[in-house]
Design a protein around this ligand. Structure first.
Ligand code: ADP
Ligand code: MG
Length: 237
């Protein structure tokens, strides 16, 4: 079933006919072509596609790091008119989320430092989020002293710490074993509920998309080929 995007006015995020290309030495690579979908408030949307289908480009476009054509609305307003710092979104790039020289505490606190939050308030907030994620005992460690799963947990804590309303996560499960993948899928849904955040989750893994999301947008060669509720796929297996 391909559901048509709704009018988008009340959506957290809506994309209409979004296209993007890379130009390198006069060679054009079309990475996204007329992509349209909505992300509702508190929804987890998986962007599912094979390597090269445009998933990372899509996140970069929404995060404001990549030029595009078409319309993107955040809370009903043209995203171009909202300064990047005011967008209340957190972009966690694949495998590059943590600063290796910083402790876990300083990594999580970094978005708050940028926002110039007073130190006392910052400590309280980092400790609260660390507790929520069960990583409070790791706060003084450096990323290299963590397992892959712990690192991805810290990255997620960093994404929500500054009250982001939209999380853009590029392959956040890539370093996890099967058991931790399942845990992380549940955690993402919990984060969307507990923190009221909408989440766009990029993955090439169909089962992760199915488990972690409410809705799956399937990308192929930069085009949306289907948009389905996650349960539609389960029932068609
Ligand atoms: P995915 O994340 O799904 O693997 P990408 O968004 O990284 O896909 O890439 C989409 C397309 O854009 C691919 O054809 C890729 O080769 C191309 N592309 C990505 N980044 C660049 C870049 N910096 N310069 C030129 N082409 C790029
Ligand atoms: Mg990618």
């Amino acid at each position: 079933m391909i559901s048509k995007p709704s009018s988008g006015i009340t959506s957290k995020l809506s994309l209409r006919n979004v296209s993007s290309e890379y130009i390198h030495r006069k060679e054009h690579t079309i990475a996204l072509s007329k992509v349209s979908f909505d992300v509702e408030k508190g929804e987890v949307v998986a962007i599912l596609g094979s390597s090269g289908s445009g998933k990372t480009t899509l996140l970069k476009v929404i995060a404001g790091f990549q030029d595009y054509g078409g319309d993107i609305k955040l809370d009903g307003a043209d995203i171009e008119n909202i300064p990047i710092r005011s967008r209340r979104l957190a972009y966690i790039p694949q495998n590059k989320a943590l600063y290796p020289r910083f402790t876990v505490f300083d990594n999580i606190a970094f978005p708050l430092k940028l926002a110039k939050m007073p130190l006392d308030e910052m400590k309280k907030r980092v400790n609260k989020v660390a507790k929520d994620f069960g990583i409070e005992l790791l706060l003084s460690r450096k990323p290299r002293q963590l397992s892959g799963g712990q690192r991805q947990m810290v990255a997620l804590a960093k994404a929500v710490v500054n009250y982001a309303e939209l999380l853009l996560l590029d392959e956040p499960f890539s370093e996890l074993d099967e058991e931790n993948k399942s845990k992380m899928c549940l955690l993402l849904k919990e984060v969307s509920v507990r923190y009221g955040a909408s989440i766009i989750l990029v993955t090439h893994d169909y089962l992760i998309a199915q488990k972690a999301s409410n809705k799956i947008v399937n990308l192929e060669d930069g085009k949306v080929v289907s948009i389905r509720r996650s349960t539609d796929i389960l029932s068609s297996l």
